[in-house]
Design a protein. Structure first.
Length: 290
């Protein structure tokens, strides 16, 4: 399990200098990649973003690239283009004005006559970007893994609390039915003494059965425990599990709400309030899980 929060930096040699790439990650519901490049490398922004999307799963990542020790914006003349352009101008001169001079300065108006070093060394630049990105990812993942261990430990403690409270509620549930049964029989006895009327034993048992069915929370507690077991198993995974954990917590909260609504017992209600509070704290933590 990894956190979405982290920082990584990587470097790769490039010509006489080097290229450095930084990745900053924070939590986000989906994958959001933002790239900042030097002006001379701006045409490679899409390449960096695509590389990031292939390696990252979830979170907002800001990627910054800088070049050190090499002026990549230095440009050189495209000699083949220049020769072709001057030859075409001379042929045009011979056609319409033989014997006149063709000013060499006219070449300055030829588009794309100068080529930047990025265009000349595009493969080398891409290779440097890949190398720097790979190193930055390693550094980022190391930090996110350390954060993930802390998150997993915190989630494990809270999950253990939820499971203990669930077991307490399950142990208390039969007592609720017995207490209600006792209250109904006491009321029947008081009614018989006050009015000398006998309460139908069959009707009394029917009321007790209906109450027991209405407050039965066994299914909800079973599902809650099942969700807890799945949650614990997922936290041991190295894959991106944040969304699945969030879904399980939603289901756990749903079961807790149902238990609270069905049970009239104050002690159970108090335990369920604690369960819901822990689940909400876990949901806040899971927002940081990849």
């Amino acid at each position: 399990m990894r956190s979405m929060t982290g920082f990584g930096i990587g470097e790769a040699p490039l010509g006489a200098g080097k290229l450095a790439l930084e990745i900053r990650g924070v939590n986000h519901r989906f994958l959001d990649v933002r790239v900042r490049m030097p002006r001379e490398l701006s045409e490679l922004s899409a390449f960096v973003e695509q590389t990031a999307r292939e390696k990252l799963a979830r979170g907002r990542f800001e990627i910054a690239v800088r070049v050190e020790g090499l002026l990549l914006n230095a440009s050189v003349i495209d000699r083949d283009r220049a020769r072709a352009a001057y030859k075409a101008l001379c042929e045009l001169r011979d056609e319409i004005a033989p014997g006149t001079d063709v000013p060499f300065a006219m070449l300055a108006s030829v588009p794309d006559l100068f080529v930047s070093s990025v265009e000349r060394e595009i493969d080398a630049v891409r290779g440097a970007l890949r190398g720097a990105f790979a190193a930055a990812i390693v550094s980022l993942d190391e930090m996110r893994a350390r954060e993930g261990v802390a998150l997993r430990d915190d989630l494990a403690r809270r999950l253990d609390t939820v499971r203990k409270l669930g077991r307490l509620v399950g142990e208390r549930s039969p007592d609720v039915v017995e207490a209600h049964k006792k209250r109904l029989r006491e009321r029947a006895d008081r009614l018989r003494i006050a009015t000398e009327l006998e309460v139908d034993p069959g009707r009394l048992e029917q009321e007790i059965a209906l109450f027991a069915e209405r407050v039965d929370i066994c299914e909800e507690l079973t599902r809650l425990e099942s969700h807890c077991m799945q949650f614990a198993q997922l936290t041991r995974s190295s894959e991106a599990i944040g969304r699945r954990l969030d879904f399980l917590l939603q289901e756990m909260a749903r079961e807790a709400n149902t238990v609270g609504a069905k049970s009239p017992d104050a002690q159970i209600s108090h335990s369920i309030v604690e369960v819901k509070a822990e689940i909400e704290r876990m949901r806040e933590q899971v927002q940081n899980v990849e």
